[in-house]
Design a protein around this ligand. Structure first.
Ligand code: MG
Length: 405
């Protein structure tokens, strides 16, 4: 049976929900912020705000400079969560396999529910219309239909806003040919640079590149990207291939120190790095290990199971920083490391009914911004005076433990 996947992505979601809730905001530039302080940043802007250059990642101060009339609101997760619940309820009527991906995105497997792409396209249009009629007229969505999850998401990303795009093997190449590498899910700026180094300049060139060579140069991830644009479905989490056993980062300090404030800010950054990879892989962790080695022999470390599963940077940092705060440092520290383990896929079963789903959505939104605009455009580490430190180009060493096959 032909595999048919539909991906739906709500447009300017948090801002649209705000405009839906308050008709006076409709047609006006609206920015939903992480915080309203001048250095706080926009996590979602309305279409009107985008037209004025106020984009996700802008600071509050920049947004006001771009348009003094912009309406800036602090985010209200409960509001978005309840709207998402209503949207997902409609989606769940069209298929038995709905996979919520984030607070405003979901995949629907339509195999058996739609005979062909044309029928899937019709379902997509109906879904978008029902969301407007039943949840809110101001809520527009982009829909993508294709034969893999990657291509369905790619279709909704590059298709018309508020509209729909179907990608079949027939139009795939012509769509890939005009698309920059970073349009693909999973290719950030750094990866795009590595691909360009190999002479790959757009997504069609990636599709036609020699897969073995990519695997040799870029490892499994390189193959994964190649498979994605070739319409091969590899889903590292849900397809049961071995997920990593642990994820972590370590850092050797250029300045050996026992200054807890400085160490805390570094540790926070390691937690952010770790959290981002955890979220990238759609995993949650329930074990953490923190390690700090002394300039001479030995060091301090602790490994423990956490009461709650960790997903956001804040959740990881709370555990790690709690340990450091209590630790007795006998001498200066030369290396810090954090890793998380006991990894499980984020539950795909109506996670939006959980209290923490909006927090997860927010975490993912922040990751997206950082992936797009560079490291630490958004940080929640103002508490540690991290801002200056975060600008440093510090090379962190990644650690990944792969589960035994
Ligand atoms: Mg969206």
């Amino acid at each position: 049976m032909q595999k048919i996947i539909l991906h739906i992505d709500m447009n300017s979601y948090f801002a649209s929900v705000e405009q839906q809730a308050n008709p006076f905001l409709r047609g006006k530039p609206v920015g939903v912020c992480a915080y309203l302080s001048p250095r706080g940043c926009i996590i979602a802007s309305s279409q009107e705000a985008k037209a004025r250059g106020i984009k996700t990642g802008c600071t509050v101060a920049e947004a006001r400079r771009l348009d003094p009339a912009v309406v800036l609101l602090e985010n209200e997760p409960a509001k978005y969560r309840s709207t998402t619940e209503r949207i997902f309820k409609i989606l769940a009527e069209c298929t038995d396999t709905l996979e919520p991906y984030s607070i405003d995105e979901a995949f629907l497997d339509l195999r058996g529910w739609a005979k062909n792409f044309m029928e899937a396209e019709k379902i997509g249009r109906e879904l978008a219309a029902r969301i407007k009629n039943e949840v809110g007229e101001w809520l527009s969505s982009s829909v993508g239909v294709s034969y893999t999850k990657f291509l369905a998401k790619f279709a909704s990303d590059i298709g018309p806003r508020g509209g729909m795009l179907v990608i079949t093997p027939r139009n795939l190449d012509s769509l890939l040919a005009i698309r920059p590498l970073t349009d693909a899910w999973g290719i950030g700026r750094a990866m795009a640079e590595r691909l360009k180094f190999l002479g790959i300049n757009n997504l069609l060139e990636l599709k036609n590149y020699n897969a073995d060579k990519l695997k040799r140069v870029l490892g499994r991830w390189g193959y994964y990207l190649w498979a994605n644009v070739n319409g091969l479905e590899i889903s590292s989490v849900s397809r049961g291939s071995a997920p990593p056993k642990s994820i972590g980062h370590s850092y050797c300090l250029p300045k050996k120190t026992a200054d807890k404030k400085y160490l805390s800010s570094l540790l926070y950054k390691l937690c952010e790095k770790t959290g981002r990879r955890l979220r990238d892989l759609n995993l949650e962790a329930q074990q953490i290990r923190i390690y700090a080695s002394y300039i001479h022999d030995g060091g301090i470390s602790k490994s423990f199971k956490t009461a709650e599963k960790m997903f956001t940077t804040g959740e990881i940092a709370r555990e790690a920083l709690g340990f450091l705060a209590k630790a007795d440092l006998a001498m200066p520290i030369s290396m810090l490391a954090v890793s998380v383990s006991r990894l499980v896929p984020v539950s795909g079963q109506l996670p939006l009914l959980e209290n923490n789903s909006a927090k997860k959505g927010l975490s993912r939104a922040i990751d997206k911004i950082n992936n797009k605009y560079g490291e630490y455009t958004v940080i929640s580490g103002a508490m540690f005076g991290l801002n200056d430190l975060a600008k440093d180009r510090i090379g962190f060493r990644k650690t990944v433990g792969l589960a035994q096959l």
